[in-house]
Design a protein around this ligand. Structure first.
Ligand code: AMP
Length: 215
């Protein structure tokens, strides 16, 4: 069983790389941000609690995050392991995680803030099927419409310049120390996130000693 954490600033390609990694290795991809977005969209009680924070790009409180992550991991649908994305985001979450799970590796996707701004502000999401687009790297064939389902493409509420600035600040203040904590335990492999997604995935697997990526 393999347990990985994938870390990196917004727009560094965490979700994409986690999905590619999980695919043929039968790992379960757990995205904490996706869980919260699902609750907001479904208008659940939890969704109502986190809606404003998620929209503003502010961090949800640790108690709630730990509850959600704990419950998700207790579902135990990850026989071959998991790759968790968007967690832990601060020291307390990291300590909570390490109390219950040993980790096989932390993948750190490194991207300069300028490139983050360029990428994130070009990001679009299908409002129907959730498919990701980027007006720089992955344009839809028909402007504003999803190639897969024809749904309307929208900007994530937390991909505005103001929300992004807040998220970058939070990342450097709170999440950089988590990387230091993991580095101290020699879990971390840092990968330049500026390449194309296939070459980044090949590097990830090479560094982790996993079977090569075959798209
Ligand atoms: P993400 O897609 O990972 O950027 O997450 C989207 C939003 O969900 C964040 O801006 C936070 O509001 C919330 N969120 C996701 N993961 C966490 C976490 N580990 N701690 C606190 N808030 C989180």
């Amino acid at each position: 069983m393999r347990k990985y954490v994938i870390m990196g600033v917004q727009g560094s390609g965490k979700g994409t790389q986690a999905t590619l990694l999980a695919g043929d290795l039968d790992l379960t991809h757990i995205s904490v941000g996706d869980i919260f977005r699902w609750h907001v969209k479904q208008h659940t009680k939890l969704g109502a609690q986190v809606r404003r924070l998620v929209a503003a790009g502010e961090l949800v409180g640790d108690d709630l995050v730990e509850e959600v992550v704990g419950e998700r991991l207790r579902q135990h649908d990850w026989n071959y392991g998991f790759v968790i994305d968007g967690f832990p985001r601060n020291r307390r979450q990291a300590e909570f995680f390490l109390e219950s799970y040993d980790i096989d590796g932390v993948i750190h996707l490194d991207l300069p803030d300028d490139e983050v701004r360029r990428r994130v502000l070009a990001r679009r999401l299908c409002s129907r099927c959730g498919m990701d687009y980027n007006l720089i790297a992955h344009r839809p064939e028909v402007e504003g419409r999803c190639d897969v389902c024809g749904g309307e493409l929208v900007t994530r509420a937390d991909d505005t310049p103001e929300a992004l600035a807040r998220r970058l600040r939070d990342y450097h203040d709170k999440t950089d120390p988590v990387l230091e904590l993991f580095r101290g335990k020699e879990y971390v492999t840092t990968i330049d996130a500026r390449g194309d997604k296939a070459s980044i995935q090949r590097t990830v697997r090479d560094r982790l000693g996993l079977p090569p990526y075959t798209p």
